[in-house]
Write a protein of this length. Structure first.
Length: 219
């Protein structure tokens, strides 16, 4: 199911920031390997958030080969910590960062992001959650004590991706229960419920890319 009417998606795509030469190669690599990257429309928002928070340190849960990280770097983030299960993806990412002359601004940590986050104290100015959907809520809880004042947490795939948007819509709009077996869709619903109910965050959903939540730490 498309997240947006076709003309809206086309308009956003036509007006999104241009890729750099290395990002263009990253996007081609993603297309060739059918790898899900956040894309330039949502990427432009990541760049903006890094810029607006004057980000020193960004943490990502699930980085692939660093495409989303490249947008944080373009927004002026001093350093991005990337986490990735797959060593080959991380090595490809490190290679892209060397090509871009940005290797010293990115750390690729191979392993489970939920463990890696424990090894860092923060403070993080921006966090991107883009790993296993059923672990989004746990990721937020794990990283919350490490957020800088005014930090922003972004979560991807809240409208599109390995989830059932029809079920999610019925849940939020009509109060229909979610199917018990679909842990990915349930994980997104749990996460959106969590950030919307939390007094520690102000959250909006932005229909860019696969749909992102943007949650600002308040207080
Ligand atoms: C959707 S992709 C990330 C895309 C990336 N954020 C981008 O837009 O360029 C998700 C990645 O997270 C990795 N992943 C999933 N669960 C993870 C975990 N618990 N720890 C580390 N990596 C994980 C997967 O191997 C996959 O490469």
């Amino acid at each position: 199911m498309d997240a947006l009417p076709d003309h809206t998606e086309r308009f956003l795509a036509a007006t999104s920031p241009e890729h750099t030469a290395v990002q263009e190669r990253m996007a081609a690599h993603a297309a060739a390997h059918d790898f899900p990257i956040i894309g330039p429309v949502a990427g432009g928002v990541l760049r903006l958030l890094a810029r607006l928070t004057d980000a020193e340190r960004v943490f990502e849960f699930g980085s692939g080969f660093g495409y989303s990280a490249s947008w944080f770097l373009r927004g002026g983030a001093d350093h991005v910590i990337c986490t990735e299960f797959d060593a080959e993806e991380a090595e490809t990412g490190a290679e892209f960062m060397r090509e871009a002359g940005e290797a010293d601004r990115v750390t690729f940590e191979v392993g489970d992001a939920m463990e890696t986050v424990g090894a860092y104290d923060g403070p993080f100015d921006v966090v991107l959650i883009d790993h296993q959907k059923h672990r989004y809520a746990d990721a937020l809880e794990a990283v919350k004590p490490k957020l800088a004042p005014g930090a922003v947490v972004v979560a991807d795939n809240v409208m599109h991706g390995p989830i059932d948007m029809s079920d999610l819509l019925a849940y939020f709009d009509e109060g229909v229960d979610l199917p018990p077996g679909d842990s990915e869709t349930r994980g997104i619903a749990e996460y959106v419920d969590l950030v919307r109910a939390s007094e520690d965050f102000e959250t909006s959903v932005l229909p860019v890319g696969s749909g992102i939540t943007v949650s600002a730490l308040v207080g």
